[in-house]
Design a protein around this ligand. Structure first.
Ligand code: FES
Length: 351
């Protein structure tokens, strides 16, 4: 048999359907078996069984609500550090265990309720849906809405009031868990961002020598850094405190001070300003004594210490806060209170 004969022998169906050179398509070799006949469930034919299923679904949704309330209550009941022994997990945080358990039950009960509802009460009749063009015509859209209405009817959402009510309750309570979780962001800052460690009568301590400062220690044109009395570098929260309370002390000729309030808050031309840049909080450290300007090295914001700490260049949003100072009976420089405005980045003032 030649190759030509063999290829023809391998294509009997195409040859059989060939007609004047055209090849006709062969029929679908797999016949559509169709859908098996629908078998009604017990719930479809027995209303008492259907009611039992309804109660089971409602019970699961109610369980979810109770678990969500338990989740919220756990935050109040269990202290954060409480450790308990729970078999087989061993020693675990009581709070974390309670939160995990209650949230797990709340979500699981909603899922289980929905599945049980779908399996026992919603219509389980299979219907073929022919493929059609992607672009929906008005008729198709109307059909979709009709199908949706039919689905709502078949799900018995309107008829089963107990399920509807408990499901709404479970779904509206579960998001509360997320709100409660906000507590894990940590304690509220309260007034911590608006205040510093400075108090009236607190002496200014030289940050390099740890000695209390006297006016005669500060020469004209010099720049001295100071911290509040009683604050030690060995303190656990030293960095947190100094990050807001750090001071720059400069002595100016009183006649060079242009700002009236600055003059009143100074002592013999000695002015105390926050060292924290009001842009994004870098420590300022560059002082130009001829112009009385201080420069922030991060983004070059420049402040005029002879004019109320006013911004004269750069991205900083407002003037450097000034600390009101005086001299106590022993001749040491002391604060007359805290800063009157928040130190550091300007955005704290927007709150
Ligand atoms: S932090 Fe000082 S200019 Fe940006």
């Amino acid at each position: 048999m030649s190759n030509e004969d063999m290829s023809e022998a391998n294509l009997p169906s195409e040859r059989e359907h060939a007609h004047h050179g055209a090849v006709e398509p062969v029929g679908d070799p797999f016949a559509d078996p169709g859908l098996p006949p629908h078998e009604p469930r017990r719930q479809d034919i027995d209303e008492r069984t259907a009611r039992r299923s309804e109660r089971t679904v409602a019970l699961l949704f109610t369980l979810s609500m109770v678990a969500t309330v338990g989740f919220i209550a756990s935050y109040v009941i269990f202290p954060i550090g409480k450790i308990v022994y729970i078999f087989p997990f061993g020693h675990v945080s009581a709070l974390n265990f309670a939160l995990g358990l209650t949230l797990g039950v709340a979500l699981f009960a909603i899922g289980a309720g929905a599945v049980h509802w779908a399996r026992t009460l919603m219509s389980d009749e299979e219907v073929p849906d022919e493929r059609h063009a992607i672009e929906a015509t008005p008729e198709v859209r109307e059909k979709v809405f009709a199908d949706f209405r039919q689905g709502v009817k078949e799900s018995q959402f309107g008829r089963r009031r107990l399920i509807r009510t408990t499901m709404m309750g479970a779904l509206s309570l579960v998001p509360l868990s997320g709100i409660v979780l906000l507590r894990d962001l940590g304690p509220l800052p309260e007034k911590k961002l608006r205040t510093t460690a400075w108090r009236a009568g607190m002496r200014l301590i030289n940050q390099n020598t740890n000695e209390p400062l006297r006016p005669e220690d500060i020469g004209v044109g010099s720049l001295t850094f100071a911290k509040p009395e009683g604050l030690s570098e060995d303190d656990e929260n030293f960095q947190n405190v100094i990050a807001k309370a750090a001071l720059m002390i400069v002595r100016l000729n009183p006649q060079d001070i242009k700002d009236k309030r600055e003059l009143e808050w100074s002592h013999q031309g000695i002015v105390a300003y926050s060292k924290i840049c009001t842009h994004v909080g870098c420590p300022i450290s560059l002082y130009e004594q001829q112009t009385h300007h201080v420069l922030c090295p991060c983004h070059q914001s420049t402040f005029d210490l002879s004019d109320g700490g006013r911004v004269i260049f750069g991205p900083a949003g407002h003037a450097l806060p000034q600390l009101r100072i005086s001299v106590n009976a022993q001749g040491y420089l002391e604060a007359l209170g805290d800063f009157e405005e928040p130190v550091g980045p300007s955005f704290w003032e927007r709150g």
